[in-house]
Design a protein around this ligand. Sequence first.
Ligand SMILES: Nc1ncnc2c1ncn2[C@@H]1O[C@H](COP(=O)(O)OP(=O)(O)OP(=O)(O)O)[C@@H](O)[C@H]1O
Ligand SMILES: [Mg+2]
Length: 221
Amino acid sequence: MAILELKNVSFGYGRDAGRILHDVSAAFETGTVYALIGRSGAGKSTLLGLLSALLLPTEGSVCFKGEDTRRLNALAYRRRCVATVYQDFALFPLLNVTENILYPLELQRVPAAEALARAEAAADQVGLAPELMVRYPSALSGGEQQRVAIARALAAGSEVILADEPTGNLDEQNAAQIVDLLVRAAHEAGRCVILVTHDSDVAARADHTLRLTDGSLLPAD
Ligand SMILES: Nc1ncnc2c1ncn2[C@@H]1O[C@H](COP(=O)(O)OP(=O)(O)OP(=O)(O)O)[C@@H](O)[C@H]1O
Ligand SMILES: [Mg+2]
């Protein structure tokens, strides 16, 4: 069964109902990487917002394990079931790197020692040097901030990872390493990974590519 499903979803901001997504249906499986492509402003981040229940569809439904996101406790859903790597990273400015990565684990009430071990393992996986762990986001480069955001999503352990241009600030080598991690999270740890990208090399690593264009979501592979 699909872990996430869009059923005849239409969405628009304000009075523009249906302008950004128009009658979109799609299913997303665990153990699979999806690349979401489309021009700037097409609605890719909006679509991730609908999948994480930050937004609700104007028409149709978004289902997680068959349950309409309108009926889920949205906060609990985002804490436990979906982790998002935001396009602008969304790090907490007053928390250092370790604390940023720990934050979702604290919300999930993971015991402190286990949480710290998971946070450190995730930081190591994304290639964050140990001396960065006590820095605040304002003292990190864009690429370092991006890797903190990815470590935070990986450490959270949720079944779905939504990553909005997760390699946009990284050089080729770091980008390839991050994509490897996301692919392994899907293929080895069985997660459902949906990543937005403008990079055709990144999209080529996904199992399926979907293009968002003029309100429709169509297979592009
Ligand atoms: N909160 C909002 N209120 C009104 N309009 C919005 C809002 N958020 C986004 N939009 C508009 O919705 C459209 C889709 O935005 P979205 O951020 O989903 O695009 P995107 O495909 O992620 O683009 P990019 O590749 O530039 O990140 C854009 O025209 C944007 O201006
Ligand atoms: Mg976007």
